[in-house]
Design a protein around this ligand. Structure first.
Ligand code: FAD
Length: 564
């Protein structure tokens, strides 16, 4: 069914004929002009159709299967479909309960397991009355994601540069984390050569960016790119009610809550909206997103929410903090000052560097700190190593395993269980091209212009071996971004900011006690990962950023009496 037989296919497998006919008709009505909607009554016919589509090189955008099929179940069918069409979205259909009101709770363990093992992308109930409620939203979301990942779309910038230069990596990371559509073409590729020729690019100043209107920027700095993209890099005024430093989950939550309550709010961010969370391919433990949400999408929704309430976002770096004439002053990279009675520090943490010879000079050339999701496609068919035992390392390994031939997760400890969530461990164990190596560390990186080999050491035995490696992704430890705040704010031995009751009385200047989230400088608050004692999770950071605004209101209502 469908009006365009060459269009990407939506394939439905359901042995229950009345349900299949209704679903097929509903899909054809809504999506039939852009997609070819087809259906099969059993797994054999469905697999034959999938093989035929593969042989004819026709795109499959979505495959939907009923959980109950004759012979094999819908999950096994979708697993086989994935082998034939790895880019198609997989939708599992589940019949409603006997009262025809909701998903039968008895199926939940099956759905949970299939989701945890990455065997399905999404599930929904069948037997609905209106497809608008139950079917279309899931199908539309899947088709949007499929189109973005698999269809050419408008590239605002085209970059040309050396694939393995660290600046090329920084730019790819910056643009992908900020959600700017771009293409990157290595200098020695056909497209790269064509761009150099067409736009007269000076190859001694690479990477170069070609904006959609033909403007060329040679070896641009981040600020130049931001200005060229119309991003605000300087604040529109010097005084605000609240200055938030950092646009990770904590800073964005603080901005949404401050701005929605009428406080004039500016957020200063130096890299990308979403902070660490923005680099996560799928956050599965954030309330309300039962199938998970990409960190980038969560961050962009929060950013839109913040600017909708009137917060201003400035792409700049906070370099200095001081108190002057009753104001808190934040000095920016361009030497301008921001003044406000309230400052919220939400600068988060960054990954610790691996201290092994040969790695520093290969950063961006195969060695990456953080998840660097944008680099995963470049690892196709390669051997890749991930260092770290926390959830972030587990997620990075799973994402890389979609592209790389072999992913090895290196962990110093004897077990993952103390540091990683059980659902991620289950998923890692179920992914055939991921290998876990415990008690192992990297002692050297080797390669001329890019990473080629790693020397590994087994911690207990001391045994060393050299392995081929195209990528090393390091996600260990966490250092707070607080150097610029010393000595103004009291911190623990690791640099995390002390707040509320953790502040020693000898450094607290007022008669009243510090408010929750207030630092040792009254009127300066801290929220999220940067705070001593924080739980390093998205939900915790969002909670802290939101609740800190409660303390801000208390602060503004309370006269400040300096006692020392
Ligand atoms: C790959 C990965 C996957 C993760 N997955 C999960 C998950 O599934 N579930 C979960 O709960 N948690 C997860 N986490 C942890 C979670 O992302 C963090 O706990 C959360 O992002 C902390 O939020 P934050 O706002 O406190 O700090 P951050 O997210 O670190 O944001 C801080 C922001 O401040 C900016 N900044 C720093 N210094 C300055 C300055 N001087 N001037 C201007 N801006 C500055 C930074 O650029 C950054 O954008 C993951 C982390 C990573 C890295």
């Amino acid at each position: 069914m469908g009006r365009n037989p060459d269009a990407p296919v939506l394939l439905l497998i359901d042995a229950d004929e009345p349900a299949r006919l209704r679903t097929e008709a509903a899909l054809a009505r809504r999506f039939g002009s852009d997609y070819s909607v087809r259906a099969a009554a059993n797994p054999e016919d469905g697999l034959a159709m999938l093989e035929q589509l593969r042989d004819q090189r026709q795109d499959l955008a979505l495959v939907a299967a009923d959980l109950r099929l004759p012979g094999i179940d819908g999950i096994e069918f979708l697993r086989r479909a994935h082998g034939l069409h790895p880019h198609a979205f997989r939708l599992l259909l589940v019949a409603m309960d006997q009262y025809h009101t909701r998903v039968p709770f008895t199926e939940l363990p099956t759905l949970r397991r299939a989701t945890a093992l990455g065997q399905i992308d999404v599930w929904t109930v069948k037997g609905w009355v209106t497809p608008e409620e139950w079917l279309y939203p899931h199908v539309q979301a899947a088709l949007t994601a499929w189109t973005l990942a698999n269809r050419p779309h408008f590239a605002v910038y085209r970059f040309v540069g050396d694939q393995w230069s660290s600046r090329s990596h920084e730019i790819r990371d910056l643009f992908s984390r900020n959600g700017v559509p771009f293409e990157f073409h290595p200098t020695d590729s056909e497209e790269g050569r064509a761009l150099i020729h067409e736009f007269g690019i000076d190859v001694s100043h690479l990477p170069a960016a070609v904006r959609h209107d033909g403007t060329v920027l040679h070896d641009p700095r981040d600020t130049e790119l931001a200005v060229s993209h119309g991003i605000q890099v300087t604040p529109s005024r010097t005084r605000y009610d609240v200055v938030v430093v950092g646009a990770g989950p904590a800073g964005l939550a603080a901005a949404v809550n401050a701005a929605s309550e009428g406080l004039g709010t500016v957020v200063v961010e130096r890299e990308a909206i979403g902070g660490q969370a923005g680099t996560s391919s799928l956050i599965r433990n954030y309330l309300g997103f039962q199938l998970g949400i990409s960190g980038g999408e969560l961050a962009h929704r929060a950013w839109e929410q913040a600017i909708f309430f009137g917060a201003e976002l400035v792409f700049n770096s906070a370099e200095e903090a001081r108190l002057a004439n009753g104001d808190r002053v934040v000095g920016l990279r361009d030497s301008s000052d921001l003044r406000a009675p309230i400052v919220i520090i939400a600068t988060g943490v960054t990954y610790r560097r691996l201290d092994a010879p040969g790695l520093d000079r290969l950063v961006g050339a195969g060695v990456f700190y953080g998840a660097a999701t944008v680099e995963a496609p470049a690892m196709a068919g390669e051997d890749v190593y991930v260092v770290g035992g926390a959830n972030s390392a587990g997620q990075a390994a799973l994402h890389l395993a979609k592209f790389a031939a072999h992913v090895v997760l290196l962990v110093r400890g004897r077990s993952l269980r103390a540091s990683m969530s059980e659902y991620l461990i289950t998923q890692l164990e179920a992914t055939p091209n991921i290998e876990l190596r415990l008690q192992t560390r990297v002692v050297e990186g080797q390669g001329e212009s890019r990473l080629e080999r790693l020397k590994l050491e087994h911690i207990e035995s001391g045994h060393r071996e050299t392995v081929r490696a195209a990528g090393l992704f390091v996600l260990i430890g966490a250092e707070p971004h607080t150097q610029w705040l010393r000595p103004l704010l009291a911190a623990d031995d690791h640099g995390f900011l002390l707040t509320g009751r953790d502040i020693p009385s000898k450094v607290w200047p007022l008669d009243r006690s510090p408010l929750p989230f207030e630092t040792s400088a009254p009127g300066v608050f801290a929220a999220g990962d940067v705070r001593h004692g924080s739980v390093k999770r998205v939900a915790a950071a969002v909670g802290e950023g939101s609740v800190a605004i409660g303390s801000v209101h208390q602060y503004l209502a309370q006269p400040v009496a300096v006692s020392r």
